[in-house]
Design a protein around this ligand. Structure first.
Ligand code: ATP
Ligand code: MG
Length: 299
């Protein structure tokens, strides 16, 4: 393998760390702007692994930028720039670490609801359906198989849990949290975004089985699409060529990681074991391939 140049964690002099997620480090730049830094951390089975994936942060950032640009005609978004040269001095001072993996964004008041859209029956949706014939309280036809395409995409909001899994909520509950009018707008926007992205990606060899959007309010009271957009970290990406309902699908990006971890005697609780270099390298290739397929360009 070539020399690794991964970033596991950042610490930027002169900027206040607002939060560290499983993958992203978020900094406060000033009252109006945040810096979202995608590291090369990877999580599997909800645990952050001790091994980083070369170029992952770059792919996540470039993919979000691509989708924000494409989806701009559906909704305004928070992205100001991913170009270091257009960022404030305090950010440019750490340019070596941040290049390619950072988004300067407009700071918003985040709606405390994850706007999940599901186009296929997978994960917790499939478990729900098996148990109740419904997904998040929405009734579905009988006889659907795991990974089947749904008759139409479902909006299944969730609240963000600080630890552990997000909790699915009903649309009525969402109305209580953000109001009816906002619920309607976020729902319609999320469904429109998913419809556009899913159709586009499917033609290019990637099925976006489901995804999670976040929205926030800017200082003018405008609703913006925020966070990352339609990356493999916020979505389930499946290789379209291998798509076959009736069982779970391989993950476009993380399958080598999961397959490897399943060979170990690990109880899926932290600390997670490291990945062999060949598994990490193959995973880098998958991320780069996702970028190439979706954008038609090499990163
Ligand atoms: N424009 C914005 N204004 C305010 N907050 C934002 C904006 N964009 C994104 N955020 C917030 O930044 C945070 C991103 O960090 P988050 O903890 O989700 O990182 P992550 O690596 O995805 O971790 P996890 O896998 O645990 O979700 C989220 O809380 C999100 O709501
Ligand atoms: Mg997140």
């Amino acid at each position: 393998m070539t020399g690794t140049r991964t970033v596991a964690e950042t610490s930027l002099p002169g900027l206040r760390l607002a939060r560290r997620g499983k993958v992203r480090d978020v900094y406060e730049v000033d009252d109006e702007r945040l810096l979202i830094v995608a590291t090369d951390r990877i999580s599997a089975f909800d645990c952050v692994l001790p091994t980083q994936i070369e170029r992952k942060g770059e792919v996540l950032t470039a993919l979000s930028r691509f989708w924000f640009g494409r989806l701009e005609r559906i909704t305004p978004h928070h992205l100001v720039t991913t170009e270091l040269s257009r960022m404030p001095d305090a950010v440019r001072a750490s340019g070596d670490v941040l290049r390619g993996r950072s988004m300067l964004v407009r700071r918003t008041e985040v709606f405390p609801v994850e706007c999940v859209v599901r186009g296929y029956l997978a994960g917790s949706g499939w478990k729900d359906y098996l148990a109740t014939g419904e997904v998040c309280g929405l009734r579905l036809p009988q006889g659907l198989r795991e990974s089947d395409k749904l008759p139409e995409p479902l909006f299944t909001p969730a609240t963000k849990a600080e630890t552990g899994h997000d909790e699915n909520i009903s649309e009525e509950r969402m109305c209580e949290i953000v109001g009816e009018e906002t619920t309607r707008r976020l729902r319609n926007t999320a469904l429109a975004l998913y419809h556009d992205a899913e159709t586009y990606a499917r033609d290019r060899g990637i099925i976006i089985a489901d995804t999670k959007f976040e929205f926030g309010l800017d200082a003018e009271g405008q609703i913006l699409l925020i966070d990352e957009a339609l990356t493999p970290d916020s979505s389930r990406f499946w290789p379209a060529a291998a798509y076959e309902p009736g069982h779970s699908q391989p993950s476009f990006d993380k399958q080598f990681v999961r397959d490897y971890l399943e060979t170990l005697d690990w109880d899926k609780r932290p600390p997670a074991p490291p990945l062999p270099p060949e598994v990490a390298a193959a995973t880098t290739d998958r991320y780069l391939e996702a970028y190439r397929l979706l954008t038609g360009k090499e990163l």
